[in-house]
Design a protein around this ligand. Sequence first.
Ligand SMILES: Cc1cc2nc3c(=O)[nH]c(=O)nc-3n(C[C@H](O)[C@H](O)[C@H](O)COP(=O)(O)O)c2cc1C
Length: 218
Amino acid sequence: MELTTEHESAAGGSGDKNPPLPGSRPLRLAVILGTNREGRFGPVIADWFLSRAAGHTDFRADLTDLIDIAELDLPTALSFRPAPAVRAELAKVTPRLAAADAFVVLTPEYNHSFPAPLKSLIDWHFHEWQAKPVGFVSYGGVSGGLRAVEQLRQVFAELHAVTVRDTVSFHRAGAHFDGEGRPKDPTEADAAAKAMLDQLAWWALALREAKSVRPYAA
Ligand SMILES: Cc1cc2nc3c(=O)[nH]c(=O)nc-3n(C[C@H](O)[C@H](O)[C@H](O)COP(=O)(O)O)c2cc1C
């Protein structure tokens, strides 16, 4: 496993580092599982990550929504006037993206990039991403999905989203989990997930507070 978290201070400390403002509503997190490949490893990563998010001070399991690309059937042909069937498909996901205060994208790496259906989901939307933070959990072969993440940062910048610095990255992912889907050595992965979620919550609260004072200048 390769973790991009480099600062001890970011990985350590208590979960109280981003206390919500008094009276503010808790954060809604959308976790996007970006693979629909047959026989995919992604659900193992998703189950592990959801347990990390549920254990984080700033996020709640009941307000964390797993959006699984495999459960959507969005066409690659975009349209400003989608057919009724496409509108019905969008209705399954668009309100969930709109409701989120923050996103975490779980992405494998395919041919030095991220999966095509993930790009389709991103491109079908615009305002839903705007002025919100995005964190990443990546996995793959030797690369740990890092090239997929760097490309996603460019895509999300165009959508006025803020990508958080620290990521979680598993290279040769299958080797890092046991048969029950648990990391064989959870220490580093848990610390990396906490660091990323700390930063994600900071940005989510900061952006929400800022938007409550002044509309985002898109
Ligand atoms: C079409 C394809 C291309 C891949 N390309 C890369 C790659 O460029 N770099 C890498 O590290 N791993 C690569 N891999 C390995 C995958 O990232 C790895 O198998 C991962 O578990 C795939 O995620 P999934 O099982 O959830 O679909 C590739 C796998 C596939 C199927």
